[in-house]
Design a protein around this ligand. Structure first.
Ligand code: PLP
Length: 396
């Protein structure tokens, strides 16, 4: 018996445990401190009532002879896939076929699982800073990962460059952690690159519902040519507060063919072999969220977070701290003041303002000197945290 030695190559990410440890040490010294968490990547608003009602009704249905559901279709129920297709049509004018949509328990699983259909010899490109799942899942499988720097110079949006050789390219837009989002023109360049090189773009659209700029596509399929080079992952987690409810979806267009094989068929085979679907009440709740009344309710929550993001962004503008994000994203990526590095600024903010952020260095080398703030919080906490920051750092 031999274990998968590649696990030894995964970098330990101390980010969130180190944040927790520093907070614990701080609280031991100052137990009365009133901390405000602005680093957390989880939603805080409750599920919308339409989702709750749909979930309860579906659970009750399951308790009846007639309405009981056993194993569902591995690809997801037709009612949800149709609703998702409708959502793409309404929000982006994009036509998807129901059999190109695969329902899952969230984007994270699919982002990792999709690698089953790709050879280990493919070269993978990710942006730096990066959502760590893209890197770790590939390192586990033994793939070579190259990093594309996302810096202030390129607006935190790396582009293909002459000589770039990448078979699999991860793009996350709006981005976690930077909040930067690709516009049509830049995304088109990536689609052209992928089609010209026979690469596949893995497009993570987990934050698409936060986009308000009409020039920023909510789906990569709004770009001509994307159906022959891109797989898209999306999720109800940030769109509808489903982080604890678990429902996402992946789109693999029929036109995406590599080595003469339809990737949609490979993914279907993979899912039918290794996955048994998402709970019926959860799929009913997800479908309800994407329908008229549900959409209105989930967009109220998103507007709430976006207003928080604006309060944060306005504070950094006032302090003249360079930042990105916050407009099409719940995240604000801000340069630490006075040329501080990520962790010293994290400590400074914790001890002086009692505010917790996420050190950018934890997302990759290019994150050094930055921290991430999130708008997933109450209005009251957001306002209070920004008031403290203005009072402390505004004087310097
Ligand atoms: N993709 C990105 C960029 C994320 O930030 C997250 C969660 O934070 C996910 C995917 C995971 O989403 P899910 O909850 O659907 O697994």
């Amino acid at each position: 018996m031999r274990i998968n030695k590649n696990y030894g190559n995964i970098e330990e990410t101390y980010l969130f445990s180190e944040v927790a440890e520093r907070v614990r040490q701080f609280m031991a010294k100052d137990p009365g401190a009133c901390l405000i968490k602005m680093g957390i990547g989880d939603v805080t608003r409750p599920l919308c009532q339409t989702a709750v009602k749909a979930m309860v009704a579906a659970a009750e249905e399951m308790g009846t002879e007639k309405g009981f559901h056993g194993y569902g279709p591995e690809q997801g129920y037709g009612f949800l896939r149709d609703e998702i297709a409708d959502y793409y049509q309404r929000t982006s004018g994009v036509k998807l076929f129901s059999d190109e949509i695969f329902v899952s328990d969230g984007a994270k699983s699919d982002i990792g699982n999709i690698l089953d259909i790709f050879d280990v010899d493919n070269v993978v490109a990710v942006t730096d800073p990066v959502y760590p799942v893209y890197v770790d899942t590939n390192v586990m499988a033994g793939r070579k990962v190259i990093k594309l720097s996302a810096t202030a110079d390129n607006g935190f949006l790396p582009m293909p460059y002459p000589g770039l050789q990448a078979d699999i390219i991860y793009l996350c837009s709006p981005n976690n952690p930077t909040g930067a989002a690709y516009d049509k023109e830049r995304l088109t360049k990536w689609v052209e690159y992928a089609n010209a090189h026979g690469s596949v773009i893995l497009f993570d659209a987990a934050y698409e519902a936060f986009i308000s700029d009409p020039d920023v596509p909510r789906t990569i399929y709004a770009i001509e040519g994307a159906r022959s080079c891109a797989i898209e992952f999306c999720s109800l987690s940030k769109t509808a507060g489903f982080t604890g409810t678990r429902c996402g979806y992946t789109v693999v267009p029929s036109g995406l063919i590599r080595d003469g094989v339809q990737l949609r068929k490979m993914w279907l085979r993979r899912q039918t072999t290794k996955f048994n679907g998402v709970a019926y009440p959860v799929q009913r709740a997800a479908a309800a969220c994407l329908h008229e009344q549900g959409i209105a309710e989930i967009m109220e929550n998103i507007s709430y977070y976006k207003e928080n993001a604006k309060i944060i962004a306005d504070t950094f503008t006032e302090l003249k701290w360079p930042f990105t994000g916050g407009k099409n994203s719940p995240y604000i990526w801000v340069q630490c003041p006075h040329g501080m590095k990520s962790w010293p600024f994290f400590d400074d903010l914790l001890s002086r303002a009692n505010v917790i952020c996420t050190p950018g260095a934890g997302f990759g080398d290019c994150g050094e000197g930055y921290v991430r703030f999130t708008s997933f919080n109450s209005r009251e906490n957001t306002e209070e945290a920004m008031k403290r920051i203005r009072e402390i750092y505004g004087q310097e």
